[in-house]
Design a protein around this ligand. Structure first.
Ligand SMILES: Nc1ncnc2c1ncn2[C@@H]1O[C@H](COP(=O)(O)OP(=O)(O)OP(=O)(O)O)[C@@H](O)[C@H]1O
Length: 672
């Protein structure tokens, strides 16, 4: 066993054996019927069964994972570990020389007290969060390569989904995104059906995930990862939070998968006696080190050799967890005993325990049995993504369309739109074409441009932060490009978010009597919708930049207030140096300017009242004036087209800025 000092400074991983003989027979047999043969790295094939039905079949390789001397040491700011600490950086060991081997067909349990490093080890073996990791990992005989991630599945502890999707929708979108191009849509859907059946999810297939039970959610989580038919499955505490029946059902499903040749490793906290005994191997960690690796049925005998006897009729898993949780002294003793037992260099402890342990691999040829070599590396020309950019965009567009329409057209949103329309309509009802209404007309436009754009802007703030965890999870498994996600999101949300403001304006416009010319109505509608788009982009930008709803909300609030006041509607005595620049970067300025001009355009005749606003009326209070004079009164000197162009430019700039912010502040995935 090498010490950490002479370990390699990078992760080397390789895989051990393949049941080549079985595969050969299998391939030979089905080659007569197969419609889509194994292509590239596809692990799923489709063949015609005797009765002509297309059947999805498993082409995944059998993988042995060997890991040797895995260490993970990270640097943490001293203050984070211990607030009074003066040290800037402290080193923390999360894994200390952990070694082991897992064979296809095996179900391996990873146990230990909370914080002992179970999740860290699973992350490392699954090729995630590799900062500070050293040691060797092989998949069969080949050292680990990033490209091998595609044959590894990692089921996270949290069930993270878009919960408004149904179980079937969730699996279908994942299959369409993650299964490669050499399978047709029909084949991918067949794979979804197979997973639904395999995980016994038929009863809730069309139920939104929001409404299914914890056990069903966990199975959907596992199913999502199984769609690509991985050879190796890591699961982080898949049974936690489940009642005993659901936990046993889940274990039965995992056993079935193991029987099909999958290599399965899972962390588990306090399994029942039945579940504990069902594992093929147990790896027990304490304080980042291994303290037992062997068959679960040998664990009690091993600890008995160290003087720790389990009471009769006691659940072995409970006994072990009580033992390792007891005190530091016992953990130190168990760590030391394991090191001495495994190295046959017994000084202090009886050698009796050794026979209960499984030997740790030492990375030599004998460990990496390579009877039937298979190449697990992807072809250099092969794309990193299962499907192309446009296909990814289209699928993400469809998914987002479903999700956004559900969240946008809620009963509450529709009721709000109705009330807002009625309130606006009634407060400015049927304004006459009189001089004394021009101020009211201005306030109507101003409040119209406040309500809808701000409503959508704050919705935009929530947009990315609320999806980050799902997107991070999906991207960590290499499902799609960030650009495809962003593009699809913009394309799908934009039209949906415009529907309610458009309907609302159409109704209130005619109630209020803004300008009876239809072209002017269309112009004001375009300005409102463009302002909504700009405002949403501002919200998206702050949401993407901060990735935290609270901070993004504050930033958005402050900016929106500044932009609004800069229009000069409320305060006319604001210092010039303050408004001169804020005014021209505020999208409200251009929207207000454009809409006001459209309102008074068209040379409509207005009745003078008291001459308070319009010069012509000062000398002739009973006369009339042409609406264009109001444009002069409000000092609206920018061309309407120019206003619109600036708004459009702002839309593009904020959208690009939001993408850049998303790229650099988000979607890293994993912890360290
Ligand atoms: N990024 C990180 N920064 C600082 N400490 C970390 C980081 N990641 C993990 N740790 C620490 O490493 C230790 C091991 O964490 P890990 O999540 O692997 O434990 P675990 O055994 O899975 O715990 P649990 O059973 O409670 O989930 C913990 O003490 C954790 O606080």
């Amino acid at each position: 066993m090498s010490s950490p000092s002479n370990m390699t400074n990078h992760i080397n991983v390789a895989v051990i054996e393949t049941d080549f003989e079985t595969n050969m027979k299998y391939n030979d047999d089905i080659s007569k019927q197969r419609t889509i043969s194994k292509c590239g790295d596809a692990t799923i094939g489709v063949r015609l069964s005797i009765d002509g039905v297309r059947v999805v079949e498993d082409l995944s390789s059998r993988i042995t994972i060997t890991f040797q001397n895995i260490c993970k040491i990270i640097d943490i700011p001293g203050k984070m570990m211990d607030p009074p600490s003066k040290e800037k950086i402290v080193q923390r060991t999360l894994l200390d020389n952990v070694s082991g081997q897992i064979h296809p067909g095996q179900l391996v349990a990873l146990m230990g007290p909370s914080g002992c490093g179970k999740t860290t080890l699973l992350n490392t073996l699954a090729g995630r969060s590799l900062n500070g990791v050293t040691g060797n990992i092989w998949l069969n005989h080949q050292l680990y390569e990033k490209s091998m991630k595609r044959i590894l599945a990692y089921v996270l502890q949290e069930d993270i989904f878009f919960e408004n999707l149904t179980v079937k929708q969730q699996l279908t979108y994942t299959a369409l995104l993650r299964l490669p191009n050499n399978l047709t849509r029909k084949d991918k859907l067949a794979q979804v059906e197979q997973i639904i059946e395999q995980l016994h999810l038929q009863n809730c297939a069309n139920t939104p995930i929001l409404l299914i039970s914890g056990g069903q959610k966990r199975r959907v989580n596992i199913g999502t990862e199984l769609l690509t038919n991985p050879s190796v499955i890591f699961l982080d505490e898949p049974t936690s939070g489940l009642d005993s029946t659901s936990a046993v059902t889940l274990m039965r499903i995992l056993r079935e998968l193991a029987l099909k040749g999958k290599t399965i490793m899972m962390s588990i906290h306090q399994p029942s006696s039945q579940i504990f005994q069902s594992f093929d191997q147990l790896i027990l960690l304490a304080d980042a080190k291994t303290i037992f690796m062997g068959k679960p049925s040998n664990a009690l005998d091993y600890f008995a050799t160290l003087g720790h006897h389990a009471p009769l009729q006691y659940n072995p898993a409970d006994f072990i967890m009580d033992l390792v949780n007891q005190d530091n002294g016992i953990r130190e003793e168990l760590k030391e005993a394991y090191i001495q037992n495994k190295s046959s260099n017994n000084i202090q402890y009886s050698t009796e325990g050794q026979k209960y342990l499984i030997d740790e691999p030492n990375g030599e040829e004998i460990d990496l049995i390579n009877k039937y070599p298979i190449n697990l590396m992807s072809n250099k020309n092969e794309s990193k993504w299962p499907i192309g950019f446009f296909a990814q965009t289209w699928i993400l567009f469809s998914r987002n369309w479903v999700l956004t329409s559900k969240s946008q057209f809620t009963r509450l949103n529709c009721i709000q739109a109705v009330f807002i329309t009625i309130i606006f309509g009634l407060f400015w009802l049927r304004m006459k074409y009189h001089e004394n209404t021009i101020q009211d007309r201005s306030s109507f436009i101003f409040f119209l441009l406040i309500f809808w754009p701000l409503e959508i802007c704050f919705g935009g703030v929530l947009s990315f932060p609320s999806e980050t965890s799902v997107i991070n999870k999906e991207r960590a498994s290499g499902s799609f490009r960030l650009s495809a996600y962003y593009f699809a999101k913009c394309l799908s949300e934009t039209p949906i978010k415009l529907v309610l403001p458009a309907i609302s304006l159409t109704i209130m416009y005619w109630m209020v009597n803004v300008n009876s010319n239809f072209a002017n109505f269309l112009g004001i509608l375009c300005f409102l919708l463009m302002s909504v788009l700009v405002a949403e982009s501002v919200g998206l930008f702050f949401g993407a930049l901060f990735q935290d709803v609270g901070r993004a909300w504050v930033a958005c609030n402050v900016s929106a207030l500044g932009f609004l006041l800069a229009v000069g509607y409320f305060s006319h005595s604001t210092p010039y140096w303050l408004t001169v620049w804020v005014k021209w970067i505020s999208f409200f300025t251009y929207a207000y300017n454009g809409c006001m001009q459209l309102q008074f355009m068209g040379e409509r005749t207005y009745q003078c009242t008291d001459g308070a606003y319009i010069d012509t009326c000062k000398n002739n209070p009973n006369g009339t004036f042409i609406s264009n004079e109001a444009i002069k009164y409000f000092n609206l000197d920018l061309n309407v087209g120019f206003n619109f162009l600036v708004l459009f430019g702002m839309f593009i700039v904020y959208r690009i800025a939001a993408y850049i912010a998303l790229r650099f502040s988000n979607v890293r995935g994993g912890r360290t």
